[in-house]
Design a protein around this ligand. Sequence first.
Ligand SMILES: Nc1ncnc2c1ncn2[C@@H]1O[C@H](COP(=O)(O)OP(=O)(O)OP(=O)(O)O)[C@@H](O)[C@H]1O
Ligand SMILES: [Mg+2]
Length: 259
Amino acid sequence: MATLEIKDLHVEIEGKEILKGVNLTINTGEIHAIMGPNGTGKSTLASAIMGHPKYEVTSGTVTLDGEDVLEMEVDERAQAGLFLAMQYPSEITGVTNADFMRSAINARREEGDEISLMKFIRELDSKMEVLEMDQDMATRYLNEGFSGGEKKRNEILQLMMLKPKFAVLDEIDSGLDIDALKVVSKGINEMRGEGFGCLIITHYQRLLNYITPDFVHVMMQGRVVKSGGAELAKQLEESGYDWIKEELGIEDETVGQEA
Ligand SMILES: Nc1ncnc2c1ncn2[C@@H]1O[C@H](COP(=O)(O)OP(=O)(O)OP(=O)(O)O)[C@@H](O)[C@H]1O
Ligand SMILES: [Mg+2]
């Protein structure tokens, strides 16, 4: 079992504190969901874990099996087994989707132990079939001209090909039609298992109907303010966030908006 541990994480963007002490522990084999109103720091947490240069960690720790993740460069984090599907994936012209994935896979392997082209293609074909993706998506430039839904599906294709230890999926369900939602959920459920831990950031219980989370966390004011099981997401769907704000005496749940 591997463990990704976030302890009292504080993060600033351009001198403004956005994360104010996030605590979260994810083990492989577990699926966690983070929910929470807009502007409460969810994407900031994802970016900080992956080492986005704009996000400055001012205190706290992120460790993977005790190893300091914050000391690692972005590519080292990927090599250590972390994966991020961004809320808004970027387009990269000149690099095909397939080439991108093959390089990413090989970057995690020793020199001389690269995946063979045949094996790569076989695997790519089978995963694309699971995700019901058109063959030509592999040879197109990464995300260029991909529809919103195609980008999200493609993030899951990358996930299935790269097989990271831990994945952070930021709003992987946004903009997906019902069929795509089912397909993307199928892909994530296929990854589920002993060697894989996942943090799913979502606004909707809908996704969690297909992927039952082991833990659900609510983020407000740049912190995890409440945690529970799958039932917590259902409760939020029915009752919204006001009851949590009342319970905790929170007036403004957002971060970074105050003057
Ligand atoms: N790169 C940035 N530059 C300036 N402000 C930022 C940046 N990234 C985040 N923020 C601010 O930090 C706060 C939290 O943003 P974040 O994207 O983490 O929220 P979120 O919980 O993911 O919201 P949503 O549910 O709308 O995606 C917001 O006020 C946002 O404007
Ligand atoms: Mg966000």
